[in-house]
Design a protein around this ligand. Structure first.
Ligand code: SF4
Length: 351
């Protein structure tokens, strides 16, 4: 299935219900043909909300003095991950924090190795921000196999405006060297930033394809209190759904998660619409309850009913996935293009 850039742009700009329905139906067809019916349920542990960066859109930016900061002790992160894998059936976990150098390379390597010692075949993704090549290499050797590292927007001027002191080319360079090391990459844009054009959103889709990201992850912008963008208008469900559908058609083999930001503004209806329009994964929050409210990258992020109790959340999500005629996958998922050599070493780690 081929779609021209010009058509993608018109669909993104358009407001025609019939065209939207056709787009969603084509995306669903593309999803079925290219990645099948599986919907993976991954978990995320937000282990620190300290961040040295000052992104204008983010509630845990260093300049936001209104939020309470926390750091989970390494043992507690390990226990949470091990329990998620061994007791709750998660085989893919994201370890996420702000850019917090308190967790240095040695601590992170210890954490990754310790989790692997107690969990068999658990795929670990890191979402820890900018670190140099050597750090990511060491962490790969420790057993991490994925990175969640959004490029946020392909509009260079906008990127450098909303991420002060950061360079777009460095961001892309990071994604490239991460792939080179062997990581699976998860990346994509924020949808609906003030000043973002439809043209740049289409570019975002082609950039995900060019970077060969394993997971095309994108979510609507939600303003966060205490940030310079707190009074901006957020992204919409319909624009996010169009982006998912177009990504599925333009880059058909990507894993496309239904992001928490989309769930937050659109609820269960948006979850279902995203699944029916190209999505094929979810990420449930496994952060211990005493920390959750403080990982406020946008307002009320972790107050979603659907993420409150992980066992209950998995049960409810399972029902929803099945009601959409899809199959639940609690493993890595067969749509990942795995580098056999790299994953064999992971599988052979002691469990
Ligand atoms: S977006 Fe990431 S790097 Fe930027 S302030 Fe938030 S947590 Fe830090």
């Amino acid at each position: 299935m081929i779609i021209l850039r010009e058509n993608a742009l018109n669909l993104l700009k358009g407001n025609n219900t019939k065209e939207f329905e056709v787009l969603v139906a084509l995306a669903n067809l593309s999803r079925a043909e290219n990645v099948g019916d599986q919907v993976c349920i991954h978990g995320i542990i937000e282990f620190s909300n300290y961040c040295s960066q000052n992104c204008l859109y983010c509630g845990i930016r260093t300049g936001n003095k209104k939020i309470k900061r926390y750091r989970m002790p390494l043992e507690e992160i390990k226990r949470t991950a091990v329990s998620a894998s061994n007791n709750l059936g998660y085989k893919m976990l994201v370890l996420q924090s702000g850019e917090d150098l308190w967790y240095d390379t040695d601590k992170l390597a210890w954490l990754i190795k310790s989790i692997h010692k107690e969990c068999r075949r658990c795929l670990l993704f890191l979402s820890i921000g900018d670190r140099d090549y050597n750090t990511y290499k060491v962490l790969y050797n420790a057993g991490a196999r994925g990175v969640l590292f959004r490029f946020e927007t392909s509009d260079v001027a906008l990127y450098e405006k909303v991420r002060p002191n950061c360079s777009f080319s460095e961001r892309i360079n990071h994604l490239e060297f991460m792939r080179e090391i062997g990581y699976l990459t998860a990346s994509g844009p924020i949808i609906g930033l003030h000043g973002q054009t439809m043209e740049s959103l289409v570019d975002d889709i082609y950039l995900m394809k060019k970077l060969k990201v394993t997971m095309a992850t994108m979510g609507p912008f939600i303003p966060a209190s205490g940030t310079p963008l707190e009074d901006n208008i957020g992204g919409t469900v319909s624009l996010a759904l169009k982006m998912i559908a177009l990504t599925r058609i333009i880059y058909p083999r990507a894993r496309i998660p239904v992001t928490t930001a989309l769930e937050k503004i659109g609820g269960n209806e948006a979850r279902i619409a995203a699944l029916n329009g190209g999505g094929n994964a979810f990420m449930l929050n496994l952060t211990p309850s005493q920390y959750r409210e403080y990982y406020a990258i946008y307002d009320d992020k972790n107050k979603m009913e659907s993420h409150l109790h992980s066992l209950q959340a998995v049960g409810e999500l399972t029902k929803l996935i099945k009601a959409c005629g899809r199959k639940v996958c609690r493993g890595w998922g067969t749509d990942f293009t795995l580098n056999k050599k790299n994953f064999a070493s992971l599988c052979n780690m002691e469990g």
